[in-house]
Design a protein around this ligand. Sequence first.
Ligand code: AMP
Ligand code: ZN
Length: 480
Amino acid sequence: MFKLYNTLSGKKEGFKSLETGKVKMYTCGPTVYDYAHIGNLAAYLYADTLRRTLEYLGYEVRHIVNITDVGHLTDDDIGQADSGDEKMIKAAKRENKTPWEIAEFYTEKFFSDIEKLNIRKASYYPRATAHIPQMIKIIEKLIEKGLAYEKNGNVFFDVEKFSDYGKLSKKKLTDLKIGNRLEEHPDKKNPFDFALWLKAPKNHLMQWDSPWSKGYPGWHIECSAMSMEYLGQTLDIHTGGEDHIFPHHENEIAQSEGATGKTFSHFWFHNRFLLVDGAKMSKSKGNFYRLDDILAMGFDPMDFRLLVLSGHYRSGLNFTQNSLKQAQTNRKKIERFVSELKKIASQSVKSTNEEFLNLNEYQTRFDQAIKDDLNTPLALSVVYELILQINKKIINKKFTSTEAEKVLNFWNKINKVLGLKFEEKTANLPETVKKLVAERESARKNKNFSLADQLRDKIKNLGYQVEDTTDGQVARKIKK
Ligand code: AMP
Ligand code: ZN
């Protein structure tokens, strides 16, 4: 049985989907006013591992990831209708672009980052600005049910009217009142009521008509609207980072369950934060990294993927240059192993009568690890042990092509969960290209760079592009 920790119950629970064989999963996506940082990307990698595991276990997963291209307020709970301090708008002013251009640019950047990390594409990426009518409908319902109120064109959710408020974060309204630095909005009944709709100042760049005012939605409502639009009123799993437990997800539950009267999501999956050198990442502290920053240092996207998988999603990850270097060493080890398997499998190394490894045992241990609340570090230790055993056999020349093929099949199967993608260095290249790449390698070793350049041109004429990376040359077919 697949066990998954549920923030709602505070326990690991046996996973059961609402509909047999199918999972409805929603992930809070990026606010596209800036580049994603490695903490955000770690959150998407954890969600990807969950999705891959579900697929590995035979579920068909419908996965929705939203794109927040409106709001959210810099300080979400303040709900200052006329502060104009939304992140999107701030970015638009900073970059002298329209909010729509900002959103377009950073959405593309987000897609490119997740592709590099081999994160599986969601079934759909709905954009908040395309779902204003759905949000308005939910707000109308909430007003009708007496769970929300309007004042001066602003609409707020009345948390005191929703008795389950706090069930996810385990926060009590009475505790919230004490010592919580929530600023008053003149139209709020209680400082912890949250905005559903805000009246926009005249010159506000993003505003829509609504029954209450020309304005824009609060942040939380968009996720309720988009998840219900594409997955229905009840989801199997909702994911996000731990910072979203409160207020974002608590508020999503209040709005959604308030409007429908049904359970919003059965499972709540939250990853702990990624820290850099033990501290919270921040631009002002200078410990802020994007994926491109670490690639510019000579790392491969898979080094970061492996680093994230090397820890448990609920343990938190301390990102340091050394931990990334360690992940790089491990990535190279796995990559060499896979390429060696391919090589041996393509040759005809005969049987030695040596008893072969019991792959079933490795499979069982891998499955047990991954089914225990996605214990990826333990699952990886099974892979490293396998590599060690096989390497011994290779050194002792006791490893046949048939065996290599079996191990390769096993690797391909479990890698559906790990999602490690290795560049095909020279495998799959035509023999002529392979030969030229090898000649170029020795020319480079001998520092004969003009010959290396000539060879690069020859390779190019054959339709292949060769690049020099920290791991040696990578050749790939030039896309027409
Ligand atoms: P945002 O664009 O701020 O909504 O963040 C996108 C996702 O990244 C959310 O699920 C956040 O909870 C998550 N997140 C933000 N910072 C970190 C971090 N340092 N480590 C892990 N997850 C994070
Ligand atoms: Zn959300």
